[in-house]
Design a protein around this ligand. Structure first.
Ligand code: ZN
Length: 166
């Protein structure tokens, strides 16, 4: 079965939001597998794989079938990738990031900040001290946050374009 992870964008976003190790584990689950088998294939400790699988489970990207070994009484977990949830997860992640960025953009464009030699303060604080810092005695001058704004704007357009392509 071809996975949506094969799409470079989906893979990149998963790696960005979770980690490369999480993506590696997801990729190994092209069929239901035990955590030990995934660990062997990736040549990492089973405990590491289990931690990652639990993360993925919390994000609803995998599910498991649990069976009890009658002899040992221990449980074994057969892990299954939830192919149907991956694109949904990626889109949700991008949307959440976009909301955060837009809030920051709003703050940066609306709130003028001032800077002296030692700190950044909002307009009100600078005005109260007649635009001279009580700590370092330097004048408060308006911060140029256009670079920060540019960065946020370009990140917003990057995420929007990723969202369109998923
Ligand atoms: Zn100062």
């Amino acid at each position: 079965m071809a996975s949506v992870i094969k799409s470079g964008i989906v893979r990149d976003v998963l790696s960005e939001s979770l980690s490369e190790s999480h993506v590696n584990v997801l990729e190994r689950l092209n069929e239901p597998k035990y955590d030990d088998d995934v660990a062997n294939e990736l040549k990492v400790k089973a405990t590491v794989v289990r931690t990652i699988l639990n993360d993925l489970h919390q994000s609803s990207l995998v599910e498991y079938q649990r069976t009890k070994n009658k002899k040992t009484g221990w449980y074994t977990y057969l892990w299954v990738r939830r192919e149907d949830k991956i694109v949904e997860y990626v889109q949700q992640y991008l949307k959440t990031q976009l909301i955060d960025l837009n809030t920051r953009l709003d703050d940066e464009t609306r709130n003028v900040t001032f800077q002296c030699g030692c700190m950044r303060v909002p307009y009100g604080t600078a005005m109260e001290s007649n635009f001279v810092c009580p700590s370092c005695s330097k004048p408060f001058v308006e911060c140029d946050n256009s670079e920060v704004i540019d960065e946020i704007v370009s990140e917003v357009s990057r995420l929007n374009s990723l969202l369109e392509q998923t």
